[in-house]
Design a protein around this ligand. Structure first.
Ligand code: GFB
Length: 305
């Protein structure tokens, strides 16, 4: 097997490189980042596939961010993700023997969906407002992939992970997802001896988190299995409120002030717990609990800032 990872410099891509490099069934592992091939550019994307001719393509390239970035850079989130996905999928058309693992997100599911969320609820309702541009780009990739599969015969597996976190994430004030965002901001609050710390929104939303190494492990498992499912949820099966998550991060970071709420910031969807039973029944389970994952992530942050 010759595997090509695009988006190899991101949270998922870096972790995938580490895990897949230990898979003996993979004869060649190729990583491509923006400086190797610009996926916004169709010719560069086409040339990348022509040059590498992988048997498996893993699309881990995306413009990603947390609730604030998704909601304020709406134009960039839809356009950039659409360009990456349309260029890659169109460039893949001549290679019908190639298997494509396309990474999406749990935000593709409707805002009023029943939890735990089953794969079958895709496209059954309206999207959640704060990340609808990103979700629409990811849904479009699924639709294009389905068309290509049907017309040209490619095997395309769309993987929908829950909220990911871990080493190599983006740690910033405004652009991060909640875990790296809280780690970054609380660490600074500790250094500045701030007496209180504002978490965004009400703290009531429930989220499910998956350590990125577990996602890489799930993809490694799927590469070795002969899976026929076209859409697969990947989650940890455990959910926590944002307030309780903030208390855990407070402990890990060692911040001693009070946690208060910033009602000017959005909550997003109230609850987002994936039903990962299809994948679990195939034989895969995550192995990193939230406490261990948070400790590892904070350690990585401290070692790399
Ligand atoms: O992880 P997150 O940014 O995005 O936020 P989503 C999760 C929850 O944490 C929201 C709250 O209710 C936020 O208001 N929160 C509290 C914070 N404090 C903070 C903070 O300091 N930073 C951040 N970022 N949040 C994402 C989508 O939705 O889900 C992405 O925006 C992606 O596109 C991902 O699909 C899976 O979980 O709401």
């Amino acid at each position: 097997m010759k595997v090509l990872i695009v988006g190899s410099n991101g949270l998922v891509g870096k972790s995938l490189q580490g895990v897949l490099s230990k898979n003996n069934n993979i004869s060649e592992l190729i990583s491509s980042k923006r400086t190797d091939a610009d996926l916004f550019n169709f010719d560069e994307t086409r040339q990348l596939l022509e040059r590498t001719k992988p048997s498996i393509l893993i699309n881990a390239a995306a413009r990603v961010g947390g609730i604030y970035a998704n909601n304020t850079k709406r134009t960039e989130f839809i356009l950039e993700n659409l360009k990456i996905n349309t260029n890659l999928l169109e460039a893949s058309i001549p290679y019908s023997n190639m298997t494509i693992f396309n990474l999406g997100s749990s935000c593709i599911y409707p805002v009023d969906v029943e939890n735990p969320i089953k794969e079958s609820s895709v496209m059954t309702g309206k999207l959640e407002r704060t990340n609808s541009p990103y979700a629409m780009a990811k849904l479009t990739a699924i639709e294009i992939g389905e068309a290509i599969s049907k017309e040209y015969g490619h095997k395309i597996i769309n993987l929908m992970p829950t909220n990911l976190y871990g080493p190599n994430d983006k740690f910033s004030e405004h652009d991060s997802h909640v875990i790296p965002g809280l780690i970054y901001r609380m660490h600074n609050a500790k250094i500045n001896n701030d007496s209180s710390f504002k978490i965004w929104g009400t703290g009531k939303p429930l989220r499910e988190f998956l350590y990125v190494e577990d996602l890489a492990d799930a993809i490694n498992f799927l590469i070795d299995s002969n899976v026929e499912d076209k859409l697969l949820n990947i989650g940890s099966g455990e959910e926590i409120s944002i307030f309780n998550l903030a208390l855990k991060i407070k402990e890990v970071v060692g911040y001693e002030g009070e946690v208060v709420f910033d009602s000017n910031m959005p909550d997003g969807i109230k609850r987002k717990l994936l039903d990962s039973s299809i994948l679990n029944n195939l034989g895969w389970k995550p192995s990193t609990d939230l406490d261990t994952g948070l400790a590892n992530t904070y350690k990585w942050f401290i070692d790399n800032i």
